[in-house]
Design a protein around this ligand. Structure first.
Ligand code: HEC
Ligand code: HEC
Length: 188
């Protein structure tokens, strides 16, 4: 838990500054500090989207990206050849950084609301559907319901009603559909 908080705080710090710097340093008033801070592009060999981010923030960012996706560096990198772009995952990660910055800029007034972890939550591939049963049936404050759980028969009865009722279902006779004539005749 403590670790998580640390990561979140670090991420907010890192992204906040990344944002400031990617805006072309408009908000940077201290000229001396600017001159002293080397950008990632000046220090590393193949930086394309985080060019203006201070170089010292690249490694914390790498740690956060790894933690957000629950992966090791080698998920995106050829080990010890960090500048190489051989892995598709690294290219995707670049697009994701651009997307995440744009999401915050366009929808949250530039505040860091959406991060890699918002969607990825420790997984390389975010879950699209909600996980049934996890939250849907929890009562407020996790109090168990006073009503007894419905029986299997009661659930099936509701399902039958949902399908139109017993009478309607008994009248329903499945028929095999006849194949349709093709609209355009095949030329011989
Ligand atoms: C989710 C993918 C991903 C993971 C995981 C990841 N990186 Fe990166 N890394 C990138 C991307 C993307 C860049 C290039 C950023 C850019 O172009 O602005 C990069 C750039 C770098 C660079 C600069 C290389 C150069 O000279 O251009 C180093 C060094 C680096 N990563 C180290 C690491 C280390 C160490 C880890 C593990 C702690 C790690 N990365 C985990 C995606 C990742
Ligand atoms: C708005 C939600 C969202 C955010 C924010 C987001 N991602 Fe993703 N990411 C996705 C989705 C969805 C996919 C799967 C896309 C697919 O399968 O085509 C994905 C896929 C990826 C992949 C490819 C995974 C694989 O298995 O090949 C990488 C790498 C990745 N994201 C890195 C990142 C990083 C790094 C960040 C933060 C800078 C980030 N993402 C932020 C939604 C997000």
């Amino acid at each position: 838990m403590k670790q998580e908080i640390k990561i979140v705080v670090l991420f907010i710090f890192v992204c906040g500054s990344a944002f400031v710097f990617t805006r072309g340093g408009q908000m940077q008033t201290n000229q001396t500090a600017k001159a002293q801070t080397k950008t990632a592009a000046e220090v590393y060999k193949n930086i394309q989207v985080l060019k203006d981010t201070p170089a010292e923030q690249i490694m914390p960012m790498m740690d956060i990206m790894s933690a957000s996706l629950g992966v090791k560096c080698s998920f995106c990198h050829v080990q010890d050849q960090w500048e190489k772009d051989d892995k598709e995952e690294k290219k995707t990660a670049r697009q994701m950084v651009t997307m995440t910055l744009a999401l915050n800029k366009q929808n949250f007034n530039g505040r860091l609301e959406v991060s890699c972890a918002t969607c990825h939550n420790g997984r390389p591939h975010p879950a699209t559907p909600i996980s049934l049963g996890e939250n849907l049936f929890k009562r407020p404050n996790n109090q168990p319901s006073k009503e007894p759980m419905p029986t299997v028969d009661q659930i099936l009865d509701k399902y039958t009603i949902g399908l139109g009722g017993k009478d309607a279902l008994e009248k329903f006779k499945p028929e095999r559909l006849k194949p349709r004539k093709p609209l355009i005749k095949n030329s011989p």
